[in-house]
Design a protein around this ligand. Structure first.
Ligand code: FPP
Length: 272
């Protein structure tokens, strides 16, 4: 459901330049730069994360106003969990809990449905309880589905999918030779979603960082220098505008290429 009249005027100006028939269905975001944002201001890292949580809400609301069906945010990776100091991990867990407590009402006001992907069963019990509560409270919403990737790693997702598929095949006595892409896809955390059309990464790093490796095979990638705590709805719309300039070929040829003729003369490779 479109609520473009709720966009702020600067957002509206960009939205009006977009082609409505070519809006992405699924946008995924690697939210990076919270620590740098705080560092540039001589603030503690946790204040960067707190500001980053504000961006999560504002960007989600813009996504819901333009009727984006799927928004997936990399909020907490398996590597963050294992490699960051305990105090920072504990802070991120508390921040997530209070974020959910304080924003479920706004999610409902914006018709946003909340879901999660990742090894969420490894998160602390009180965080999981709050996550489940937020999911149930927003389950009947029909606008944007906001998926938070929490304790997520793409390689471990693939391992989990392989384990589930192997079990299924064993039970059904199916030969491994019959495995196809669709079988693996059915066991991914994201089986119910379309693949992302657009992947945004903030704060300039040219990396995928173990995010949705299978799903981004044909995704357009947009990297911005802007740090996540400074990222707003207008920047999401700018990324979508850039996405609409791209030509997606999925390994095929562009429409502008004319008839391709086979010319045996051109196939000869002349040595020397
Ligand atoms: C990267 O910043 C971001 C994260 C590690 C986690 C993302 C978390 C948030 C946006 C806030 C909480 C989210 C929710 C859903 C409430 P960084 O610390 O890696 O930044 P740096 O690379 O500049 O140090």
């Amino acid at each position: 459901m479109l609520r473009v009249d709720e966009l702020i005027s600067e957002e509206r100006a960009i939205y009006n330049t977009l082609k409505p028939e070519r809006l992405p269905e699924h946008v995924a975001i690697i939210m990076d730069g919270n620590g740098r944002w705080a560092g540039h201001r001589s603030l503690k890292r946790f204040l960067g994360h707190q500001q980053g949580a504000k961006s999560v809400q504002l960007v989600t609301e813009t996504a819901s106003r333009i009727g984006l069906p799927w928004l997936t945010l990399y909020a907490f990776s398996l590597e963050n969990n294992l490699r960051r100091p305990r105090a920072e991990v504990n802070f991120l867990m508390r921040l997530l809990k209070s974020y959910l407590e304080n924003n479920v009402q706004r999610m409902n006001d914006n018709n946003v449905r909340m879901q999660y992907i990742g090894r969420v069963h490894e998160l602390p019990r009180e965080v999981r309880d709050k996550m489940q509560w937020a999911q149930e409270e927003t389950a009947r919403n029909t606008g944007t589905t906001l998926t938070l990737a929490l304790n997520y790693g793409a390689r471990s997702e693939l391992v989990d999918a392989c384990r589930a598929l192997a079990k299924e095949m064993q039970q059904k006595h199916i030969s491994p030779d019959r495995i196809c892409e669709e079988d693996l896809h059915r066991h991914l955390y994201t089986a119910h979603m379309p693949d992302p059309d657009l992947l945004i990464r903030t704060s300039g790093e040219m990396r995928i960082s173990n995010f949705l490796l299978w799903q981004i095979a044909y995704t357009e990638i947009y990297v911005t220098e802007r740090l996540w705590p400074d990222f707003r709805g207008i920047h999401l719309l700018e990324a979508i505008a850039a996405f609409q300039q791209r030509e997606r070929r999925y390994g095929g040829l562009s429409d502008s290429v004319g008839e391709v003729e086979e010319d045996p003369e051109q196939m000869k490779i002349v040595a020397g």
